[in-house]
Every structure is written in C-alpha cells, then in structure tokens.
Design a protein around this ligand. Structure first.
Ligand code: NAD
Ligand code: 0WE
Length: 258
C-alpha cells in the first residue's frame, strides 16, 4: 500500500452516479490514501447504486440525499454531515447538468431556462456547498471540482455547458480568494473526455476520443485512475501552496494550437 497521505482526513463526495463516475474514481483514490468519506446521492433513483458501491468501504460509510438545485436539500445534507463529524477536510464537486436539447443544436438557440439550469446545477452548486463545507473546515481544507476544456475554447455542441464551466472555474478563483485566509484551497481538474454516464449518449463521443489519440501529445485522453491520483495530490499537503488553479489531466491536449 502506498503512503497514506490523507490519513485522518474526512471528505465529502458529491457526484457518484455509478461505477464509471469520475467522482467514484476520485473517492476510491481518496479512501485508498486513508480518508474517511461521506457521499451524497441525487435522488432515490440513484441511492441503491451509490449504496452498493460504497459497501466496499465498510457497512457504515454515510450517504445522504442532496439534489443541489434545492437549498433545503443542501441544508439538510450538511445537518446530516454534522451528525457524523465535527470537522471536514476535503470536498469533491463532480456535478454537471444541462437539459439534453441544449447539448444538441447550436449555442445561439439556448433558452433562458436551459441557461439557468446549466449554471445553477453546474456552477452555483459549487458556491453553495463550498460555503457550507467551509464552516466545517476548521483545520484548513481542499476543495476540488471537475471541469472541461469547453470552458475556454469552442467545442461544438458543448454549448451552454462550456459557458457554465467558465463560470465554475471563475467561481473557484473567487472562492480561493475568500477561503485562502482559512487555509482552504479550491482547485479544478480539467479532464479530457472519459466514458461516463454524462458522456454516453453524446453523439460523436467516440470520435472525440479518437481526436485526442491523434492530436494530444500523449496520444490519448486520460483514465479515471489518473484523475484519482490528481485528486489525491490536490487534497494532500503536497499541493499546500496551490489554489485557484485549473490542472489539466488531458494527455496534454490543452497546450496544442494546431
Ligand atoms: P456522471 O454522470 O457519472 O456524474 C455526473 C453527476 O452529476 C451524477 O452523479 C449526477 O447525479 C450529478 N448531478 C446532476 N444533477 C444533479 C443535481 N441536481 N443534484 C445533485 N447531483 C446532480 O458523469 P461524469 O462524467 O463523472 O461527470 C462528473 C463531472 O466531471 C462533471 O462536472 C463533468 O462536467 C466533469 N467532466 C466530465 C468529463 C467526461 O468526459 N466524462 C470530462 C471533463 C469533466
Ligand atoms: O461535462 C460534460 C457533460 C456534462 C453533461 C452531460 C449531459 C448528458 C445528459 C451535462 N448535462 C447533460 N445532460 C443530459 O441530459 N462533459 C465534459 C462530457 C461531454 O459532454 C459533451 C462533450 C463532452 C466532452 C457534449 C458535447 C460535446 C462534447
């Protein structure tokens, strides 16, 4: 077993839907590094999935409902967390959503409602849960959120999600400024394309992976275990002076100009 760099840490994990979820890859890596974890699930539909997965951490790993579009559910989630621990060290935000139709046609067709929902669930939710978690981060902390290259360059059909990811990354910088004096760091991992629930059903996803195999310096995107390893690094004291940043785990794709 590798050195337990997160021994004694308590982490909150938002965004596990199934075994393919990026949140699950990072949670497994955090747990292997010694962290104790508490999970959310989005609704009764996903509860059993998450329950079955976290069983491998032992019977008593806590999980509580939290749909991040509801202030009441966020409040109740953190009341439940307070029943389990009086201190939190780590927070993972691995949540995004835009209405399907907003990821299909062109960006100019984005409705007011699709724009609102995408920003509410994919960006504002980081601010809301970071605020609550920071109250429990009494010994400093590390907040990690997942983003994607479509925030900075046009990726056809990523559309309003790209605009929401730009907001997420900017939110991480403002949170890093607010929370820095409390020794709480806030960073984003920008992952290359990974086959998950959120990526499946996106037409042309396979050709995106092929594009990375042709164009990225490392001739591939990334695999979930590598996102886990970066998650552990950002959560660890090795990253103690890193905050407000976007770290690319994308085979180097982001550096290319042509
Ligand atoms: P996923 O579908 O496994 O995870 C998305 C999660 O968001 C799910 O667990 C879902 O329950 C949750 N979610 C959506 N709406 C919610 C709500 N209202 N309340 C609470 N939870 C809600 O897919 P994933 O690919 O693991 O996505 C995780 C993160 O990684 C997202 O932020 C995504 O943008 C980002 N990301 C994904 C890729 C990729 O190619 N898969 C690449 C870069 C970044
Ligand atoms: O962030 C994402 C996808 C997030 C996502 C996925 C869905 C599918 C189901 C958000 N909302 C929804 N809504 C649904 O109804 N990624 C980084 C993966 C992704 O999605 C794309 C991509 C990539 C990469 C969409 C178009 C183009 C590229």
């Amino acid at each position: 077993m590798t050195e337990q760099v997160l021994a004694g840490k308590v982490g909150l994990v938002f965004g596990v839907a199934n075994k393919r979820s990026i949140a699950w890859a990072i949670a497994k890596a955090w747990a292997a590094a010694g962290a104790r974890l508490i999970f959310n699930y989005q609704g009764e539909r996903l509860k059993e999935n998450v329950e079955e997965l976290i069983a491998e951490f032992g019977e008593k790993t806590p999980l509580f409902p939290c749909d991040v579009s509801s202030d009441e559910e966020i409040k109740a989630f953190f009341e439940n967390v307070r029943g389990e621990t009086d201190r939190v060290d780590l927070l993972l935000h691995s949540i995004a959503f835009a209405p399907t139709e907003a990821l299909e046609g062109d960006f100019i067709s984005t409705t007011r409602e699709a724009f609102r929902v995408a920003h509410d669930i994919s960006a504002y939710s980081l601010v809301a849960i970071a605020r609550e978690a920071s109250l429990l981060m009494t010994n400093g902390g590390s907040i990690v959120s997942m983003t994607y290259y479509g925030s900075e360059k046009v990726v056809p059909r990523y559309n309003v999600m790209g605009v929401a990811k730009a907001s997420l990354e900017a939110s991480a910088r403002y949170l890093a400024y607010d929370l820095g004096p409390k020794k709480i760091r806030v960073n984003c991992i920008s992952a290359g394309p990974v086959q998950t629930l959120a990526a499946r059903g996106i037409s042309g996803f396979t050709s995106m992976l092929k594009h990375y195999q042709e164009r990225a310096p490392l001739k591939r995107s990334c695999d979930p275990a590598e996102l886990g390893a970066t998650g552990v690094f950002l959560a660890s004291d090795g990253a103690a002076a890193i905050t407000g940043q976007v770290i690319y785990v994308d085979g180097g794709y982001q550096i290319m100009g042509m």
